[in-house]
Design a protein around this ligand. Structure first.
Ligand code: AMP
Length: 215
């Protein structure tokens, strides 16, 4: 199943990606995670990406398209994948389409996680991530049982560097200007399915799974 999870920062792509990846046994491929790993490793690519990420701007198309090409060529992606955070603009979507057309393996569906703007702000400012297992919490909406520690593995919870108010504002503007036009792009291809991204995580996962099962 070759799919894209589309949605604003904070719409739940990461959370849903983890759940769906387990359920369908296909990898969740997050360009944000790949870039953060490159930044932590201190690679040349990571150093180039860091300035844009810290500002909440998009990293250059060349870098992210290169990362995606390499990642999708790995063995575990041969039965499909869930793209999370890619594509983020029309140029990336077109590059993805031509990459997949060459392989004769077009995207099968794009799921939009639809969340109102006010809710996005609360989710992003309150988001905390486990540094060991990647589980995501929210200090306002879904806090860990013991503050600062993961319920699942007791790992330390941290706030992403780009989850501060100034950067969040930029990221939401970038979404509006550059990523939201993909809704129209994929609607025209007849591939867009919209799911309300509010409420219980499991209920949203069920709604997304219901779409996956039709693809
Ligand atoms: P995310 O984890 O998806 O919220 O991404 C975090 C940051 O990584 C974004 O604010 C961008 O700076 C960068 N990034 C992630 N995916 C992309 C992409 N497809 N194109 C450009 N920049 C990206």
């Amino acid at each position: 199943m070759r799919t894209v999870l589309l949605g604003a920062p904070g719409s739940g792509k990461g959370t849903q990606g983890v759940v769906l990846s387990k359920k369908y046994d296909i990898p969740q491929v997050s360009t944000g995670d790949l870039l953060r790993a490159a930044v932590s490793a201190g690679s040349e690519l990571g150093q180039k990406a860091k300035t844009a990420m810290d500002a909440g701007a998009l990293v250059s198309d060349d870098i992210v398209i290169g990362l995606i090409k390499e990642r999708l060529a790995e063995d575990d992606a041969k039965n499909g994948y869930i793209l999370d955070g890619f594509p983020r603009n029309i140029a990336q979507a077109e590059a993805l389409d031509s990459m997949l057309a060459e392989l004769n393996q077009p995207l099968q569906g794009v799921i939009l996680l639809d969340v109102a703007f006010d809710e996005l702000l609360q989710r992003l400012t309150g988001r905390r991530t486990c540094k060991d297992c990647g589980a995501i919490y929210n200090i306002h909406l879904s806090p860990a049982k013991v503050e600062g520690h993961c319920d699942a593995c007791n790992g330390e919870l941290f706030q992403r560097a780009d989850d501060n108010e100034e950067t969040i504002g930029n990221r939401l503007n970038v979404y509006q200007d550059q990523t939201a036009p993909l809704i129209d792009f994929y609607t025209k291809q007849n591939k867009l399915h919209s799911v309300a991204g509010v409420g219980d995580v499991d209920e949203i996962a069920q709604a997304v799974s219901a779409v996956f099962d039709t693809l």
